[in-house]
Ligand binder design. Structure first.
Ligand SMILES: [Zn+2]
Ligand SMILES: [Zn+2]
Ligand SMILES: [Zn+2]
Length: 282
């Protein structure tokens, strides 16, 4: 309530929350501030018609506030019966819901297994078998063939085309000491549809071929591409046949290579996985 000009006063009285109006139910309250009317009707007015509080249990009785109390007092048996039925119905519903949840849980587990299997079949991974290891490492040592390349592979059906490369006798500073593993992005058929620069994590794993799967000690190395400008020759969309390679120059020292079962039947296996999180699938 502020001081108001006359011509605006009627307009104001029609909306003012302080303006006192009589109860529409014609109870004995004749001057209730408009803003408090709803509260009066909901909680105070003796003449307000209300549903029986057992309405959710199926009682359809409606009456003024005073009569409701009387109604419940008069027929406690009926209301108790209704409440009982409602409870047992709720219990059954809960049980049903629980069963459904268990079923869904089983479904989710099953689907997770299937997704896992599919990822293995179609996911972003290469298992590169390098046979004739001794001969190849000798060729690398002599400088005749310092780097060997895997067949190209796709990160998904219409994804990036990548190839893995290995310097079995080490690259640059790692020469004679380490196995070096790299990945390079090759020009692919779907490049114009893909996101550039390439930003997905690459994991190299040298597989331990120990017969007992529980005793295998695979060696992994993760490369998280840094998509800064300087790395464009590595991660940008290929202009030539393939980009410069990036990866792990010191993947594993050559002495450790000959331990365990990393080399078996003169063969090693290198797994390359591309993290497909956030990868746009075309
Ligand atoms: Zn006012
Ligand atoms: Zn009233
Ligand atoms: Zn009732």
């Amino acid at each position: 309530h502020t001081t108001i000009l006359f011509e605006e006063e009627i307009l104001h009285l029609n909306i003012c929350t302080e303006f006192r109006i009589p109860c529409p139910n014609h109870c004995n309250q004749q001057d209730i501030p408009r803003g408090q009317m709803q509260n009066h009707l909901d909680n105070e007015c003796a003449k307000q018609e209300l549903p029986c509080p057992f309405t959710d249990c199926g009682c359809e009785f409606r009456a003024e506030r005073m009569s409701i109390t009387k109604h419940i007092k008069e027929s406690p048996g009926i209301h108790l019966n209704m409440a009982g039925k409602t409870i047992s119905l709720q219990k059954k519903l809960l049980q049903l819901q629980d069963e459904r949840m268990q079923e869904q849980k089983k479904w989710i587990e099953l689907l997770a297994k299937k997704v896992n299997a599919l990822e293995k079949c179609y996911g972003s991974q290469l298992i590169w078998k390098i046979d004739g290891y001794q001969e190849k490492i000798m060729e690398a040592k002599s400088g005749k063939k310092p780097t060997i390349f895997s067949p190209p592979f796709l990160t998904s059906r219409h994804g990036y085309k990548l190839a893995c490369s290995a310097c079995l006798f080490g690259d640059g500073k790692a020469k004679g000491k380490y196995l070096s593993l790299f990945i390079c992005i090759c020009r692919g058929e779907y490049d114009s549809l893909l996101m550039w620069p390439f930003s997905h994590r690459v994991t190299f794993t040298l597989l331990d071929q120990c017969e007992d799967p529980d005793n295998r000690r695979n060696i992994s190395y993760v490369v998280k591409p840094n998509t800064c400008k300087e790395n464009k020759p590595f991660l940008g969309r290929p202009i030539g046949e393939r980009n410069a390679s990036f990866g792990a120059q010191k993947f594993m020292d050559l002495d450790t290579m000959s331990t365990l079962d990393y080399i078996r039947d003169d063969t090693i296996y290198i797994k390359v996985e591309i993290d497909s999180e956030d990868m746009i699938v075309i």
